[in-house]
Design a protein around this ligand. Structure first.
Ligand SMILES: Nc1ncnc2c1ncn2[C@@H]1O[C@H](COP(=O)(O)OP(=O)(O)OP(=O)(O)O)[C@@H](O)[C@H]1O
Ligand SMILES: [Mg+2]
Length: 273
């Protein structure tokens, strides 16, 4: 079955077109890296799949139905996480989501409790989840948030920039964990990131956004000078060094440059200035 299909879909926010007439289809069980510069529409695309942004033209189908709010078939870890400073334990945060209450300490029935135990075990966070979320490292927190997104057995997982502010080792850890869970459950994953390299071993295809357009394909098909020059609207050169790939405009690396500003999730719109 097709997991996500955009058919000539246009997404506009506040009167500005973010993505213009894009079409693509993702199969069930794919691991797709969603890439593109700041403001290219990665978050907007995920919010559209969730039914939170409606296309002004065209159509979006998710698991055989038009995209609609509140789908239990989709798990989502948003880009900006208000739980980052929570004194609640990881388990309480996951449990709050399981009960449908984001805040306050829930009382769970046996089946919800079982689901919480299941997802924490799935991501190896059972011990971690006893500690306050605020005391966890960025990578550990991502693990708990991934568990939360797996509640209710979704078939599609949307992870919006889970690698922000993680060092390369922890980035690899998060990518490997998501890959393992994705394989174990046979679910579809859309994983957005600023940089391609941490995802190289995991992704099947890349959905690259830029200049209102999208290109979907394997790394070999999409990460090329001609395709990326069109998406960036400027001359791009793709440089391979060993197993790593760099997307260069002149002598500067367009994926890494904005990434430097990403140490604090809230500062991300300063990039490129
Ligand atoms: N509510 C809004 N009204 C108007 N424009 C918006 C709104 N929200 C986002 N935008 C704009 O839409 C564009 C796409 O934003 P989006 O957050 O989807 O990009 P992104 O690829 O996720 O960027 P980043 O890498 O910084 O997370 C940006 O130009 C952004 O400024
Ligand atoms: Mg974003």
């Amino acid at each position: 079955m097709i997991a996500v299909e955009f058919a000539d879909a246009t997404l506009a926010l506040g009167g500005r077109t973010v993505l213009s007439g894009i079409s693509f289809a993702l199969g069930e069980g794919e691991f797709v890296g969603v890439l593109g510069p700041n403001g290219s529409g990665k978050t907007t695309l995920m919010r559209a799949i969730l039914g939170l942004v409606r296309p002004s033209r065209g159509a979006i189908q998710v698991l055989g139905r038009p995209a609609a709010r509140g789908s239990a078939a989709i798990g989502y870890v948003p880009q900006v996480r208000s739980t980052a400073t929570s004194r609640l334990s990881g388990r309480d945060v996951v449990a709050a989501a399981a009960s449908g209450h984001r805040w306050g300490l829930p009382v769970l029935g046996p089946s919800a409790r079982h689901d919480v135990d299941r997802v924490l075990d799935l991501v190896g966070a059972t011990a971690l989840a006893a500690r306050p979320l605020a005391d966890l490292s960025g990578g550990e927190r991502q693990r708990v948030l991934l568990a939360q997104a797996l509640l209710g057995r979704p078939r599609l997982l949307l992870l919006d920039e889970p690698l922000i502010s993680l060092d390369p080792n922890h980035q690899r850890g998060v990518v490997e964990l998501v890959r393992r869970v994705q394989r174990a459950l046979g679910i579809t994953v859309l994983f957005s990131a600023h940089e391609l390299n941490p995802l190289l071993g995991a992704l099947g295809r890349v959905l690259y956004l830029g200049s209102g357009h999208a290109a979907l394909g394997t790394v070999e098909e999409v990460i090329t000078g001609p395709v990326l020059s069109r998406l960036y609207g400027s001359e791009i050169e793709v440089v391979r060094l060993g197993s790593r790939i760099f997307v260069m405009a002149g002598d500067h690396d367009v994926e890494r440059d904005p990434h430097r500003h990403e140490d604090h999730a809230h500062a991300h719109h300063h990039a490129g200035s």
